[in-house]
Design a protein around this ligand. Structure first.
Ligand code: PMP
Length: 383
């Protein structure tokens, strides 16, 4: 099988697997314990924090380790809203956020917060002016993702953060950076971004590990109470092997970013060119989108049928995104872009990894062409 679902999860890097195995075997002491084994765990954690911070260009004390971006996003959004509730009850996000962001805001609405869900333009990006018009004096937090996980549309988060901080210095800015890290450059330091979420398994680290960058001086209401680990904001014994593995993966992804991006662009271009003329295909990814994602629909066609045709050819792709592929709901992201219900119900996502080449693009083009031919002959297949 050839795997083309790297936006859902990536194969862990061999060096990451080796590191995690070593740490699991040799360093099982609780980093909070005072004996030598505990001290060894603490040192590994400290080193991993330094590596993560160094890679992101921030301070080690600004990194909070979590179980992944779902937790980082919940921690940033609910933690900021609760901590700073005396400043106001108004929050701003976009209509295309990942469920871990979107549902966090929906939950806060139930607790009396007022949330503005900013629309997107037809190319899937939020308009800076619309965000600026939505923010008010009593806005506490603005949360906009860097790269959309379905279409790969890139949001102008650096510009939004800059303009927001000029006009509303007290408004906090959160960015879900999960699909952007290692794919689309973004500088955190002096950017105006206060909170930034990552998940290790999207950049060849382990599942179940992530981080939240919390700019110095910002307090978050802790969602997990307990022993006070992670500066009191995230209690619970740290997952040292996973965190060390994440730090390694983070550094490798950053070091190899330019080379990977060059390759993804080449493969993506070839793929898009090759499928563009397929009958009924509607491309949902903007041309200037992230280099690793190609998203398209065959309106009116069940995407699972196309997916299974590709699977028969040994190719694994995704319908929508992994987090929502088990629901029959139309894509909230595509609807927000003004796409039809039929288009929003028939999305297919191909997402690339480090190992892919132009030959892989050719395999996909061939398999999709074959699937289209086969399905267009079926009643109720392609229209
Ligand atoms: N945000 C985005 C944009 C994502 O793509 C994902 C993963 N699908 C998450 C957050 C959540 O990450 P995790 O499932 O690792 O918690």
């Amino acid at each position: 099988m050839k795997y083309f679902d790297h936006a859902a999860s990536t194969p862990p890097h061999p060096e990451v697997i080796r590191t995690i195995a070593e740490v699991m075997q040799a360093h099982y002491g609780n980093p909070s314990s005072l004996h030598a084994s505990g001290e060894a765990g603490f040192k590994l954690l400290k080193k991993a924090r330094e590596v993560c911070a160094g890679t992101l260009g921030v301070q080690p004390s600004e990194i909070v380790f979590t179980s992944g971006a779902t937790e980082s996003n919940n921690m940033a959004i609910k933690g900021a809203a609760l901590q700073y509730r005396s400043r106001g009850k108004h929050l701003v996000t976009s209509m295309i956020e990942h469920p871990s962001v979107y549902e966090s805001f929906r939950q806060l609405e139930g607790f009396g917060f007022e949330v503005a869900f900013v629309p997107v333009q037809t190319n899937g990006t939020v308009d800076i002016e619309t965000v600026m018009r939505t923010v008010r004096e009593d806005t506490v937090l603005v949360s906009i993702m860097h790269v959309n996980n379905e279409t790969g549309s890139i949001q102008p988060v650096a510009e939004i953060a800059r303009e927001l901080k000029q006009k509303y210095p007290r408004v906090l800015v959160h960015v879900d950076g999960v699909q952007g890290f290692g794919k689309v450059p973004l500088q955190l330091k002096d950017s105006g971004i206060d909170l930034y979420s990552l998940s290790a398994h999207k950049f060849r680290g382990p599942r179940g590990a992530g981080l939240l960058y919390v700019r110095k001086g910002i307090q978050l209401f802790p969602l997990l109470s307990g022993g006070g680990q992670e500066s009191g904001v995230r209690s619970g014994t740290e997952n040292v092997p996973a965190v060390v593995g994440m730090a390694k993966a983070l550094r490798l992804a950053k070091e190899q970013e330019a080379e990977h991006v060059r390759n993804w662009r080449k493969v993506r271009e070839r793929l898009v060119e090759g499928i563009a003329s397929l009958p009924e295909l509607e491309l949902n990814s903007p041309a200037e989108g992230a280099p690793h994602i190609v998203h398209f629909s065959f309106p009116g066609m069940k995407p699972e049928v196309v997916l299974h045709c590709l699977e028969e050819e040994g190719l694994e792709v995704s319908t929508k995104s992994a987090c929502s592929s088990k629901t029959s709901e139309p894509s909230r992201v595509l609807l927000a872009m003004g796409k039809s219900m039929e288009t929003a119900q028939s999305g297919i996502r191909i997402s690339l990894g480090d190992e892919h080449t132009s030959e892989d693009a050719d395999l996909l083009i061939e398999a999709l062409t074959k699937a289209v031919k086969r399905l267009s002959g079926l009643k109720g297949g392609l229209k």
